[in-house]
Design a protein. Structure first.
Length: 78
């Protein structure tokens, strides 16, 4: 799992079409082969996407749910 997710501005949000990515299962590695300078430039340009749902149960869920890497739960403070 890659976290934080793209929607919240995690590193996966900075990937662009054509980027080289190294995946090594033995080393448990996923690596974006882009320079730190390029990633910094992309981060400056990044904008959070508009929510797909702004009303109703799905909008409420989006506001309450945690990331998938910690269970995608809504009662994390309990």
């Amino acid at each position: 799992h890659v976290a934080p997710e793209a929607y919240v501005g995690g590193p996966i949000a900075l990937i662009k079409e054509g980027d080289s990515i190294t995946i090594d299962a033995k080393k448990r590695l996923i690596q974006l082969n882009v320079t730190a300078r390029e990633l910094a430039a992309r981060r400056k340009q990044w904008k959070a996407p508009k929510p797909r749902y702004t009303r109703g149960v799905l909008a409420k869920y989006m506001k309450l749910v945690s990331t998938a890497s910690i269970g995608a739960i809504t009662d994390g403070d309990l």
